[in-house]
Design a protein around this ligand. Structure first.
Ligand SMILES: [Zn+2]
Ligand SMILES: [Zn+2]
Length: 343
C-alpha cells in the first residue's frame, strides 16, 4: 500500500495542469487528544491520497494542523471523510480567497511533537483556559476601544505586508519570542487593559491566550478563525474591513490581498511593494520583498554575491553547496544585512 508520495513536485505540477481541475485551498486545525498518531496519520494519507488531496498536514498527540488543496469536485467526499472522524465533525474550514491550483504540489502528512512549534511547556499552564473568542463584528468594536491593546501574534515578515490598524506588530522571528516580548511590554496593564490578539487562522492564539491568562492578564480576547475567517465574515456581513494589506500564507502564493493598501517596501530599493520572493540562489533561499525592477536587475537574487553564484553553471553551484546547510530556510526568514530597506 502506498503511504508516501511517489511523484516529484515537478511531475505533480504537470499532472495538475493536465487534469485541468479547479482546486480549493483549505486550512483547518483542531486541538484534540490523538492517541496513536502514526495510525491516524496513515488513515488520513490513504483516504486523502485517493481524493487527490495535496498539502502539508501535521499530526501530534495534541491535535491536527492542516493546509491543503483538494479538487473542487472531491470536496463533498473530503468533507464527509472529515465528518466521519469524531473530533473533526463540523470543524471550521478556512477556504482561501484567492484560489491557486498549484498552491500545494505534494501530500505530506507528518507526525510531530506539536502541531505548532510554540516552544511552550504545556504542562506549566492550563491550555484549555483560553481567551474569549470573538467574530469580526465584535472584533471591530473591540479594537476601537481606548482600553484595548491589539497584538499581532505573527512574525515580522508576516505583519510587514499586512496587519490590522493600530496593532502592535512585534519584530520577532518566532512565536515563542513574541510571547515574552509582549508580556514584558504590557506588564503594567495586565488588569486594566483588554488584550486582544489575532493571527493567520487562529491557531497560535489558542495557546497564546491561555498562556497570557496564566501570566495574569485578566481580559484576554482572540479573533476566532484569525484573519482568514475575519475576511470571510467582513465580506459576507458587509462589515468595515480594518485589515490593511495582505495576509501572509504558508503556501506558494505567500500572500492573499485583503485590502488594496500596499504597506511594505521593496527591501532593495525602497519602492512601495508587498511581494515576497525567495532568493533564487538555492544555497540562500532568503525570504524577502522584491519589486519587479529589482528582480530583473538582480536576477531574482537578494545580493550581488547570490547573483554571482546563481549565474554559475548548475554543477558548479552544486559543488559550492556541498556540505553546507541552507540556514536561511530556518533561521533568517526575511533578515539580511544586504537588504537596505528592511525595517
Ligand atoms: Zn526594488
Ligand atoms: Zn540570497
Amino acid at each position: 500500500m502506498q503511504l508516501y508520495n511517489t511523484l516529484s513536485a515537478k511531475e505533480r505540477a504537470a499532472l495538475i495542469k493536465e487534469a485541468g481541475k479547479d482546486r480549493l485551498t483549505i486550512s483547518f486545525y483542531k486541538y484534540a487528544h490523538i492517541g496513536n498518531t502514526s495510525i491516524f496519520r496513515n488513515h488520513l494519507f490513504i483516504h486523502w491520497n485517493d481524493l487527490e488531496v495535496l498539502g502539508r498536514i501535521y499530526v501530534a498527540n495534541e491535535g491536527i494542523n492542516a493546509q491543503l488543496s483538494v479538487p473542487a469536485e472531491n470536496f463533498g467526499p473530503f468533507k464527509e471523510h472529515l465528518d466521519s472522524i469524531s473530533f473533526l465533525e463540523n470543524v471550521r474550514l478556512n477556504i482561501a480567497i484567492e484560489q491557486d491550483n498549484l498552491s500545494f504540489l505534494k501530500l505530506k502528512v507528518k507526525v510531530r511533537h506539536k502541531i505548532v512549534a510554540d516552544g511552550l511547556n504545556d504542562k506549566s499552564f492550563d491550555v484549555t483556559n483560553k481567551g474569549i473568542h470573538v467574530g469580526a463584528e465584535k472584533f471591530n468594536e473591540l479594537i476601537e476601544d481606548p482600553d484595548t491593546i491589539l497584538v499581532d501574534m505573527r512574525n515580522h515578515y508576516e505583519s510587514e505586508i499586512g496587519h490590522f490598524k493600530n496593532a502592535i506588530t512585534p519584530d520577532v522571528d518566532t512565536f515563542r519570542d513574541s510571547l515574552d516580548i509582549i508580556e514584558q511590554d504590557l506588564a503594567d496593564h495586565k488588569e486594566d487593559k483588554k488584550l486582544v490578539m489575532y493571527c493567520t487562522g487562529g491557531i497560535r492564539c489558542e495557546k497564546a491566550s491561555a498562556y497570557y491568562k496564566h501570566k495574569g492578564f485578566k481580559q484576554v480576547y482572540q479573533l476566532e478563525g484569525g484573519i482568514i475567517e475575519y475576511t470571510r465574515q467582513v465580506t459576507q456581513k458587509n462589515l468595515e474591513n480594518k485589515f490593511r494589506g495582505k495576509n501572509f500564507v504558508f503556501d506558494h502564493r505567500r500572500g492573499e490581498r485583503i485590502s488594496e493598501d500596499v504597506i511594505a517596501k521593496c527591501h532593495q530599493c525602497g519602492a512601495s511593494c508587498d511581494e515576497h520572493v525567495n532568493c533564487a540562489n538555492e544555497a540562500c533561499h532568503l525570504l524577502f520583498i522584491q519589486c519587479e525592477a529589482c528582480a530583473e536587475k538582480m536576477n531574482n537574487c537578494c545580493s550581488d554575491h547570490c547573483k554571482e553564484i546563481h549565474e554559475l553553471p548548475y554543477e558548479e553551484q552544486k559543488a559550492l553547496r556541498k556540505g553546507k546547510v541552507v540556514s536561511n530556510k530556518i533561521f533568517k526568514k526575511g533578515r539580511s544585512e544586504v537588504l537596505k530597506f528592511k525595517n
